[in-house]
Design a protein around this ligand. Structure first.
Ligand SMILES: [Ca+2]
Length: 260
């Protein structure tokens, strides 16, 4: 039991050390490659990376993927996924999201109506309508759309997605919606879930902390505290062991604040 745990810790430490030495776009490309290579697919990783990055980050990890592996990421992702989930990921990989900060209230009302008719009002679901709106509109526009949607449907878009979609398509759409509401809150939840399972998901903890520690960690820590009523530092101290814990705490700049 002890030796198994030791092995897992060393493995975690090695992963973090390697990740820290890798440029962000390459690190994303490597994680995406690991997610599609061989038999089976790690859809969770595809969702966490492809549904959360900006247009520029997507362009950069696609270029890194081509450089590292000599092939197109879209082709590999499309080959490993299917149906509307595949279409959603491939569309996101085009990196064509409107990234302006403005929104148009009338357009938000129209899109809210379109989403309502494609889901709640329809026998079955028009998934492509959801895809088209969630993939192309700006975050600001979609925030307004979700407000209009809640007024119109008397429920949140998240609840509609939960009941109208299933499997990876549902999970990817929920990831997009949660990122639009707050990327920091989305990543805080990823950390919480990956530590609070039977065996700590070190890969996810490492991916999230390393990729976000220089980007949004202050906000992620705030969201973590707000949503889970404890600091991220306390949480990591309680659930992650020894060497690996110290490294993670250093990365989130909590080393001084936490005593076991
Ligand atoms: Ca329906």
């Amino acid at each position: 039991m002890v030796s198994y745990f030791d092995g897992e810790l060393n493995d975690g430490l090695k992963k973090v050390a390697f990740a820290l030495c890798t440029p962000p776009a390459e690190y994303d490309a490597m994680n995406l490659m690991k997610a599609v290579k061989g038999i089976g697919t790690n859809e969770k990783v595809l969702i966490e990376i492809i549904c959360t990055r900006t247009n520029q980050q997507i362009k950069d990890f696609k270029a890194a993927y081509k450089e590292l592996y000599g092939k197109e990421l879209e082709t590999d992702v499309a080959g490993d996924t299917s149906g509307h989930f595949k279409r959603l990921l491939v569309s996101l990989l085009q990196a064509n999201r409107d990234e302006s900060k403005e929104f148009d209230r009338n357009k938000a009302k129209q899109d809210a109506q379109a989403l309502y008719e494609a889901g709640e009002k329809k026998w079955g679901t028009d998934e492509s309508r959801f895809n088209a709106i969630l993939v192309s509109r700006s975050y600001a526009q979609l925030r307004a759309t979700f407000q209009e949607y809640a007024k119109l449907a008397n429920k949140d878009i998240d609840d509609t997605i939960q009941s109208e979609m299933s499997g990876d398509l549902r999970d990817s759409m929920l990831a997009i919606v949660r990122c639009i509401r707050s990327k920091a809150s989305y990543f805080a939840a990823q950390l919480y879930k990956s530590v609070k399972c039977m065996v700590t998901d070190n890969d996810t903890v490492c991916r999230v902390i390393v990729s976000q520690c220089e980007v949004d960690m202050v906000k992620i820590k705030e969201e973590f505290q707000r949503n889970y009523k404890q600091t991220l530092g306390t949480f990591i101290t309680a659930y992650v062991s020894d060497d690996y814990r110290m490294m993670l705490l250093a990365l989130i700049r909590e080393e001084a604040a936490v005593k076991k």
